[in-house]
Ligand binder design. Structure first.
Ligand code: FES
Ligand SMILES: [Fe+2]
Length: 466
């Protein structure tokens, strides 16, 4: 059925009233409208690829976790053949939730209501008392399985979509894949999740977190100012009593794509100069990567990593690696380099997914990673630092999660609803000379283009008629 390109939302408004494509503004009511939320669940979350977890969470046959694919609970399983499946967690008999657990291991998912049973791949096994044929004779067993989503695996990350004939995961990543590859495919052993994801709920609209995840740099300077005052980027006060300054961290390149994926690629030259005492412009890419390897990579692991990338990607990783960014619609990655008091730099790698739980609620899910081959002592340091900084109790995320509920509340006010979010600070320089990667690229101090690209794709999906 053809969808309405400009659907009605609350208060007599239409979708198109929310966004001004000329002035780069979005009306705050977009963060609180319950009707809009329903449309988002159908047109975005039931349509695009959504991050559900990592395959190291379900390493053994029969392992499963339950997650949310938009507004639906799904079971993410590994079958006897080792294949990963994602099925709707709703019993086709009378709609009971099949699995009420967060995680477990079983080769038979049996509904607790009337006992219908399903394989890990969602196929219907049968109902109790076979000879009485409790499921009737009107439908075949093939017709009584769980509804199956399409699964996409990338670097061990599990994505799924209800769009069976839509773009592949690779097509959905588009130009972002070149950059994601430098984060998620560094070793043959691949990434490993360091324990089950942390979760907490916030009274905030999912978009307040997600538009920030599309590489908002400006907020770092104020909301996370402590990072430069007492945190890992702090410096001893200079002669004028000035302490650390985060603004140098805001220079680099920002990349955005037509599918709303975005990232900040932050310059490493200053860190490399501090560690080596050398001028980075006189060093080769491999020398720079040896001086400051990516998070979780040791010098011993570097030869393997060098083999896996072309010259352009190694240049990017040595110069301006992607460090913070978002998977449209609701994922964030943060692969950062944290200076330590002993002069070393330790990486932290985390993914967040901001799972919508209603127009003014979201679940913050935090996945912490290291390479499988990272030595245990370094893994332990990375885990500790990730929890301190990026976890649900992490200092950075306590700052961020303070603002989202306030924005969501403000978006409910009679006046606040019509205040606009503004994305008007734009790059004036394109990709810097020698930039190796694709996509839209801005050079210089952080700007709003990445977040505006996020909203533009949001609007494209919300107004799509197919
Ligand atoms: S609702 Fe699941 S068996 Fe009846
Ligand atoms: Fe932040």
């Amino acid at each position: 059925m053809q969808k309405d390109a400009n659907p009605s939302i609350s208060g007599g408004y239409k979708l198109a009233d929310l966004i001004n494509l000329e002035t780069h503004e979005v009306k705050m009511r977009a963060l609180s409208d319950p009707l809009l939320y329903e449309i988002e669940m159908e047109r975005i979350f039931a349509k695009t690829w959504i991050l559900l977890g990592h395959e190291t969470e379900i390493p053994n046959k029969g392992d499963f976790v339950t997650r949310d694919l938009g507004s639906d609970s799904v079971i993410v399983t590994r079958d006897r053949e080792g294949e990963i499946h994602v099925s709707l967690n709703v019993c086709p008999h009378r709609g009971m939730k099949i699995s009420t657990l967060d995680a477990g291991n079983t080769n038979v998912h049996q509904c607790i209501y009337h006992g219908w049973a399903f394989k890990p791949n969602g196929d219907f096994i049968g109902s109790p008392i076979e000879k009485e044929c409790m499921h009737g004779k009107m439908m075949s067993k093939e017709e009584l399985g769980l509804k199956k989503a399409r699964v996409g695996l990338y670097g061990g990350l599990i994505f799924a979509t209800w769009s069976i004939d839509g773009p592949s995961l690779e097509e959905f990543f588009g130009d972002a894949k070149y950059y994601f590859d430098t984060l998620f495919l560094r070793t043959a052993g691949g990434l490993e999740l360091l324990g089950p994801p942390q979760r907490f709920r916030l009274r905030a609209n999912w978009k307040s977190a997600c538009e920030q995840s599309a590489a908002d740099g400006f907020h770092t300077l104020t909301l996370h100012r402590w990072l430069a005052e007492i945190g890992p980027y702090a410096k001893k006060p200079d002669a004028e009593g000035k302490g650390g300054d985060l603004s140098p961290e805001m220079y680099g390149s920002e990349v955005w794509t037509d599918h709303g994926h975005a990232m900040r690629c932050i310059e490493l030259d200053r860190k490399i100069q501090r560690i080596t005492g050398k001028d980075p412009s006189l060093m080769s890419d491999k020398e720079k990567l040896t001086a400051l390897p990516p998070p979780g990579i040791t010098k011993e692991m570097l030869p393997e990593m060098f083999e896996r990338y072309d010259e352009g990607q190694l240049k990017l990783m040595a110069w301006r690696p992607p460090q913070v960014g978002g998977f449209f619609p609701n994922g964030l990655f943060t692969f950062i380099y944290l200076p330590q008091p002993d002069g070393t730099v330790v990486g932290a790698m985390a993914l967040h997914s901001y799972v919508p739980k209603g127009p003014d609620k979201l679940e913050f899910v935090n996945y912490i990673f290291a390479e499988k081959d990272t030595p245990p002592a370094l893994k332990a340091r990375m885990l500790r630092l990730s929890i301190q900084m990026l976890g649900t109790s992490g200092l950075v995320e306590q700052d961020d999660s303070d603002t989202w509920p306030h924005q969501t509340n403000a978006a409910k006010g009679a006046m606040g609803k019509d205040i606009t979010l503004k994305y008007q600070a734009l790059f004036e320089q394109g990709a810097p000379a020698g930039w190796p990667g694709p996509g839209h690229v801005g050079d210089g101090f952080t700007k709003d283009d990445t977040q505006w690209a996020w909203w533009k794709y949001w609007y494209e999906l919300m107004s799509a008629t197919n």
